[in-house]
Design a protein around this ligand. Structure first.
Ligand code: HEC
Length: 142
């Protein structure tokens, strides 16, 4: 392959690259600040808005919904949280007290929003019914 070295273009590219590096360094420094560190998996659950806390699960304790939720879970969630929900790599262990003690509405809210920065996708494209079914299933993992 033949490269044409266009001085101006190369200079622009290196300025952009330098900027990107600077931004990354600043971002990394901010992420390392004390206080941000305790943001482990599921730490955001404590930040759920009040309306989410008071949201009731329409399927609470219903075996049929839990079974439907289990299927959906295998389809959408198992690749990261493991087939049994115990979590793979940095995905949250859904058996943990933090998740199990969270109000159902908070888990619903967490699924809707995801936590993109930490690798948890948003599931807002799925119908509410399916989200509640998965919440019902997750609550059976106790
Ligand atoms: C691409 C990988 C991936 C998939 C797929 C995924 N998750 Fe997660 N999930 C994560 C990660 C990573 C975290 C930890 C995020 C953090 O640090 O808070 C997480 C966190 C969570 C939490 C804790 C709350 C939070 O936001 O931290 C719940 C509940 C959860 N996931 C449920 C699910 C369910 C249910 C599904 C299927 C609809 C699912 N996840 C699919 C990666 C994934």
């Amino acid at each position: 392959m033949i490269w044409h070295f266009d001085g101006r273009r190369t200079a622009t590219a290196s300025i952009i690259a330098a900027w990107a590096l600077c931004l990354m360094a600043v971002w990394a420094a901010a992420a390392r600040k004390p206080g941000k560190q305790e943001e482990g998996p599921a730490a955001q659950l404590s930040k759920a808005p009040r309306w989410a806390r008071s949201l009731g699960n329409p399927y609470q304790g219903q075996a049929e919904a839990a079974a439907a939720g289990k299927k959906l879970f295998q389809q959408h969630c198992a690749e990261c949280h493991g087939p049994d929900g115990r979590g793979l790599e940095h995905a949250a262990n859904l058996h943990s007290p933090l998740i199990q003690n969270a109000p159902a509405g908070v888990l619903f809210w967490a699924l809707r929003n995801g936590r993109l920065r930490k690798g948890m996708p948003s599931w807002s494209a799925l119908p509410d019914q399916q989200l509640w079914q998965m919440v019902t299933y997750v609550k059976t993992l106790k």
